[in-house]
Design a protein around this ligand. Sequence first.
Ligand SMILES: [Zn+2]
Ligand SMILES: [Zn+2]
Length: 103
Amino acid sequence: MHRPGCDPDSMTAEDFLCDFCGRDWTHAAPFVEGHHGACICGECLRAACAETASESAFTCNLCLEPRTDLAFMQPIRKASLCVRCRNQSARTLERDPESGWKR
Ligand SMILES: [Zn+2]
Ligand SMILES: [Zn+2]
């Protein structure tokens, strides 16, 4: 997500917050951006890769689609991630040599 009250014309790394842990880009790189400013950091993504998804009805925070299949849940911030977004985001980071990210 974008930090509430941020200036959309001059966004800095601190204005991008992970939807799942709430940390900003400067503290939790690498980041993957979803739709409408939704973000997930590499650490939350790694946790989602290690987790077993559970069946539920939810709206994915990254693609914003209402879904009724497997979800990865972040109970504290009530954020959800669908399997498709998890796989896509993981591939994005794995392909980026600068991210140094491994699942
Ligand atoms: Zn995070
Ligand atoms: Zn999704």
